[in-house]
Ligand binder design. Structure first.
Ligand SMILES: Cc1ncc(COP(=O)(O)O)c(C=O)c1O
Length: 432
């Protein structure tokens, strides 16, 4: 079922029944209802360790910062903290979340974009590493004080993704990062302001399964950093290559060769360190999908089977629960509990939301006998799943459950009607 990227399959199908680690999907549905996000703890750990082993093998001074935007449940964040990861935060609230799991200071990178004055002030007070997205932010930040260490997010002029422009995070059409022509000026300005410790960062692409891409972006960033380091006489303490380590979403897709990627990146990195005669910086990356993506699933249920212009399975996995298909045409493989291995035909799949973009799989090969009450599992939903869910149509956010061996535990309760009304107020005059 999974690509060979992982040594062990955790979600498995036995006698047509789906298991998360050793827990039957039916038990999860019975205990917590549907739709529900399910995460496999051992798989998160296995993904993390595999990647860390690969990068450390080729360059020992290496660290991962987990981009917590992908899946921000504190229980999941603790798992990665236990494994040794820092946190990459996109907002002040994500900095607070990092603190909640015991991480702060230089264990946290703040890579937000278009930061407000309030973001800048609170970020500075928290002591995390700023990773500024634009040169104009520096004078604004300096009004609140001088950071201990500073990094800029560079847009090297090139980016890539597996879902078109949607998550291509660098290049001329991207909103992110400092233009290469402004990089020297940005670090010169920081040096003039008395900042003495520096890093550099970029995040040009998402879900890339081609090692060549990682070698290329390393070269691009190292050329910019090397020139700035030499000309300005500054030392870069770290180089952060961002995230982007890809996973396969479709069953026939190739996974990323993490060993090859780590070897290629380390080779370019070390060659450039020599070429520019740099004091070797720490090498960092801040992936999320690679750790979480295939360790999470949405478990839902079929509530209706419609035979109209086409055949459609009406499930409770809608765009409100799993937004990626409607947002960027992303693919999530589907399994039907108790029916895998049976005859299949092309069937559509939708959720319960009043939008036709919620008709999110048009012609999937699915078991012909799929029927009301059957459980369905959307695969690879552990990253950018729950954190992108929302309450449209009064369909509230699902629960989250963590599975470890035979154990399962609720790590976030299902939203209630009270949650839907939380923070609303009705002026008295409207009540009469
Ligand atoms: C700044 C930054 N770093 C890291 C990531 C993680 O990316 P990925 O999940 O592709 O590894 C993201 C994702 O959008 C990001 O915006």
């Amino acid at each position: 079922m999974h690509n060979e990227r992982h040594d062990e399959l955790i979600m498995r199908i036995e006698n047509q029944k789906i298991y998360f680690d050793q827990v039957p999907a039916a038990d999860i549905a019975e205990a917590y209802g549907t739709p529900v996000y399910v995460y496999e703890e051992q798989k998160i750990r296995e993904n993390y360790r595999k990647a860390l082993r690969a990068f450390k093998k080729y360059y020992n001074d290496f660290r991962f910062f987990y981009a917590v935007k992908a899946s921000n449940n504190p229980a999941l964040t603790h798992i990665l903290r236990q494994e040794g990861a820092g946190i990459d935060a996109a907002s002040v609230n994500e900095i607070l979340l990092a603190r909640e799991v015991g991480l702060g200071g230089e264990d946290v990178m703040f890579s937000g974009n278009f930061l407000s004055d309030d973001d800048l002030e609170q970020g500075l007070r928290s002591g995390v590493i700023f990773n500024l997205d634009d040169i104009s932010l520096l004078p604004r930040l300096l009004r609140f004080g001088k950071p201990e260490i500073l990094s800029f997010r560079v847009n090297p002029g090139y980016g890539r993704s597996n879902v078109g422009d949607y998550v291509t995070n660098a290049g001329p059409r991207a909103k992110f990062g400092v233009h290469p022509d402004q990089v020297m000026e940005a670090y010169a300005m920081a040096k003039d302001a008395g900042i003495t410790r520096f890093g550099a960062h970029m995040m040009p692409g998402s879900c890339i399964t081609d090692p060549d891409y990682f070698a290329l972006i390393t070269e691009m960033l190292m050329d910019l950093v090397g020139r700035a380091g030499k000309e300005l006489g500054i030392h870069f303490e770290f180089i952060d290559l961002g995230g982007g380590l890809g996973i396969p979403y479709k069953p026939d897709e190739e996974g990323l060769d993490i060993e090859e990627t780590a070897a290629r990146v380390a080779e370019v990195f070390q060659r450039k360190v020599k070429e520019f005669d740099l004091c070797p910086p720490r090498l960092m990356m801040e992936p999320a999908r690679y750790f979480m993506g295939d360790a999470g699933y949405v478990l839902g249920k079929i509530h209706a089977v419609k035979h109209s212009y086409t055949e459609i399975l009406g499930t409770d996995i809608g765009m409100n629960v799993l937004a990626r298909p409607a947002m960027y045409g992303a693919y999530h493989h589907l399994y039907v509990d108790g029916r895998e291995g049976e005859e299949k035909r092309r069937i559509g799949v939708c959720g319960q939301i009043c939008e036709n973009t919620d008709y999110w799989a048009r012609d999937r090969m699915l078991p012909v006998n799929s029927t009301v009450g059957d459980l369905v599992v959307a695969d690879n939903a552990g990253a950018y799943g729950y954190t992108m869910s929302y309450q449209y149509n009064g369909r509230l956010r699902p629960a989250e459950v963590l599975v470890n061996g035979k154990e399962h535990v609720l790590i976030r309760g299902r939203e209630t009607f009270e949650d839907m009304l939380r923070h609303t107020q009705v002026p008295e005059r409207l009540r009469s």
